[in-house]
Structures are given as structure tokens and as C-alpha cells.
Design a protein around this ligand. Structure first.
Ligand SMILES: [Fe+2]
Length: 386
């Protein structure tokens, strides 16, 4: 929620192509970028769902695609290096990332290595380090969640130190986000739910971040509205194309919001858990978000009350309104059958390391209420006892 005495700038370097069936334009979009030899970066789930095949069918014989399908959930630094190696070895001239956040993040990070002649993505951690723009990238989301097709950031697991590092740099943005809601129809209910709650976390954390700005606020509030209305619909009926379209737009708006504002402490804990336990990002955010909202409550009374209204409630003013938003987030997570913290089997003896890692995350500074390592430890213990 914007503090109006702060200045900001807003850059959206990615062209958006949106609409049911727009995957048909893939060939002409690659041609428009000057490419004939694209490296497709994807994962086994996308291949099993037949989505890669569907994309390749759209290419004429003039294209010479190469496939890198080794991306795992919580993509690792070594996988990023392998994808960059594949690009160089094949002498590819552009990239197409198809999937959820993992293939798209892997492609952005591999692009950073390719453009900046690097071998290890660790050298580009944080906000700086990458000065050259990545090779032309078309990002094609197959879930409505990460918004990675429109963000400048990539979350990559540092396998030596067991945590997820963030690479955040406008040089890493995709040239084109090709957003075809039909490609999300195959997303099963559990993935639909966790991805959707991740998108909600992006919007809520961006809206209340200390670095919020008005254009990101606008994107965040509409994202909250679209997700709150449509996540239960697509969870129950995955073939509802209209609701899938609204969810995809919600996740895109959430991506725009948090890449121009930031994520905050829920994502800091989620990143720590992802690096240590390889736990699914959206599930963790869904569980953690309401606890962080409770921690932040007194610092975000008006902001959370506005979130409650965006979620379709007519809350009271002040603290009661803010509490209504926390409960609405919890209720939505329950409605789409997301689990409790206890189901993650996180060992309490690891809490101090998780708390330290979360506190060191670059997005910790964006949380609206300052949060120390001790504060993270308290929230972790609260979640464990809930
Ligand atoms: Fe996220």
C-alpha cells in the first residue's frame, strides 16, 4: 500500500500476448524475435500433459527446436548451468520456457549465464551482477501462479548451501509472455490450488510491502479480486475456461505487482523451506501467509481491510476489517484443501536455521513490519503449535 511521499519508476519490458488458443502464434512470435533455433526449457509434467507437443506442432519446418526437459521443482543451480550449456552447445538463438514457475525461472537464470558469460548462477545472486540482457525468451505459463512470465526474478536453489537464492534484475525479463488459458486446463486440482494461493500471496505481500507503489497496488488489488472469486471455481471445475482465464490474469497481475513492489516475509520462510526441504512453493505460501498477516496486522490495518473488500467481504473499519482478511485467506486455503504446517514434517530443530535464512532473504526488508531472526522463530513456533 503506497506511501505517497516515495518516488518510483515502472518498467514492464515484456510484451503480453493473452487469450484462449494464442499458442498458435508461437511460430510467428519466434520469427519476430529473429529466432529459428529455439531452446525449449520445460519439465516432465508439461511433456506428460502433451503441452510441449502442442507447442511444437505450431512450428513450421523452418524451425530447429532443441529440448531441455530436465527442470525439477525448486530448480537447482546445477540445472540452470546444464540448461545454459545445452543452449551454447546447440548454438540456439532464443529460448522458449513452458511450464510453471520452475522452467520459467530456470530459463531466466540460464539466460543470465548465457548473456553474461557465467558458469554459476551464484555469481549473479541478488539485485545486481547481471549487466547484459538475456537472449530473447518467450515464457509460456501452464499454471496460474508464479507470474514468472512477467517478473524480473528467478528463485534458484543453491545446492551447496541449501537455500533458495533470488536473482532479480530487469535484464532477466522475458521478451514475450504468451499466456494461453487453454494450456492451464490440464493443471490438476492440487496444483491449481497451490499455484493460485501463491499468486494470492504475491498480490497481498506486494500490496502491503514497504516498497509498494500505486501501479503495483492497482495490479495487486485486481489480482486479489480475480483469485478470490475464481480459485474455488477452477478447483472444483478445472475445465471452466472463463474462470481459468481470470485466474491466469490474476497470476499475471500478481507477478506485475510483486516484481515492481516486492514479496515479503511469507515468501522468505517459503524460500528457506524450499531450499532446505525441497517443499512446494505454493503450498508453503498458502500455509504461512495468514500467520505473517497476523504478525503484520497492526502495521497494515487499512491495507488488509482493503484486501478483505477485494476478496468480496464488507468488513468493519479498522482492526476488525484487517482480521477479516486474515480469516478470508485461511478460509480460501481450506476451501481448496491445502494442508496445515504439521503436514510439511519440518523438524523443530531446524527452526533456527530456517529463521536465520528467512531473515537474510533480500525480501525481508520489504515486509511492512520489521522482522528479526527471533521474530521468524516465534512465527515458526506459532505455526507448529496451531
Ligand atoms: Fe511465490
Amino acid at each position: 500500500m503506497t506511501i505517497w511521499n516515495q518516488s518510483f519508476s515502472f518498467t514492464l519490458p515484456t510484451k503480453i500476448v493473452f487469450g484462449p488458443g494464442c499458442i498458435k502464434d508461437l511460430g510467428s512470435l519466434i520469427t519476430g524475435l529473429g529466432g529459428v533455433h529455439p531452446l525449449f526449457i520445460t519439465d516432465s509434467g508439461v511433456i506428460k500433459a502433451g503441452i510441449l507437443e502442442k507447442a511444437l506442432e505450431k512450428l513450421g519446418e523452418e524451425f530447429k527446436p532443441v529440448i531441455f526437459d530436465g527442470v525439477e521443482a525448486n530448480p537447482r543451480d546445477v540445472t540452470v548451468a546444464a540448461a545454459a550449456y545445452r543452449y551454447r552447445k546447440a548454438r540456439a538463438d532464443c529460448m522458449v520456457a513452458i511450464g510453471g514457475g520452475s522452467p520459467i525461472d530456470c530459463a531466466k537464470a540460464a539466460g543470465v549465464l548465457i548473456a553474461n558469460k557465467g558458469d554459476n548462477i551464484k555469481a549473479f545472486e541478488g539485485m545486481a551482477g547481471a549487466s547484459k540482457t538475456i537472449p530473447p525468451l518467450i515464457a509460456i505459463p501452464t499454471t496460474a501462479g508464479t507470474g514468472g512470465e512477467l517478473t524480473f526474478s528467478a528463485m534458484i536453489t543453491d545446492t551447496a548451501n541449501h537455500y533458495k537464492m533470488t536473482i532479480k534484475n530487469a535484464c532477466a525479463a522475458a521478451k514475450i509472455a504468451l499466456c494461453d488459458p487453454e494450456l492451464t486446463l490440464a493443471s490438476p486440482p492440487a496444483l491449481t490450488a497451490s499455484a493460485g494461493m501463491d499468486a494470492l500471496a504475491h498480490a497481498i505481500e506486494a500490496y502491503t510491502a514497504s516498497c509498494a507503489e500505486p501501479l503495483a497496488d492497482a495490479a495487486a488489488l485486481y489480482a486479489v479480486e480475480l483469485i478470490a472469486q475464481n480459485l474455488p471455481v477452477v478447483f472444483k471445475n478445472g475445465s471452466d475456461l472463463s474462470a481459468r482465464s481470470k485466474m491466469l490474469m490474476g497470476s499475471m497481475l500478481g507477478g506485475i505487482a510483486f516484481s515492481h513492489s516486492d514479496a515479503a516475509s511469507a515468501h522468505c520462510i517459503t524460500a528457506a523451506l524450499g531450499g532446505m526441504y525441497d517443499l512446494p512453493h505454493g503450498v508453503c505460501n498458502s500455509i504461512i501467509l495468514p500467520f505473517i498477516m497476523e504478525y503484520n496486522l497492526n502495521y497494515c490495518v487499512d491495507g488488509y481491510a482493503r484486501i478483505a473488500r477485494a476478496m468480496g467481504l464488507k468488513p468493519d473499519q479498522g482492526r476488525e476489517g484487517a482480521l477479516a482478511a486474515v480469516e478470508a485467506v485461511r478460509k480460501l486455503a481450506q476451501e481448496v484443501k491445502l494442508p496445515l504446517f504439521s503436514s510439511l514434517s519440518v523438524d523443530e530443530k531446524d527452526f533456527p536455521v530456517i529463521a536465520r535464512t528467512a531473515g537474510e532473504n533480500i525480501s525481508n526488508q520489504s515486509n511492512p513490519r520489521p522482522m528479526t531472526e527471533e521474530d521468524y522463530l516465534k512465527v515458526l513456533k506459532t505455526m507448529a503449535s496451531a
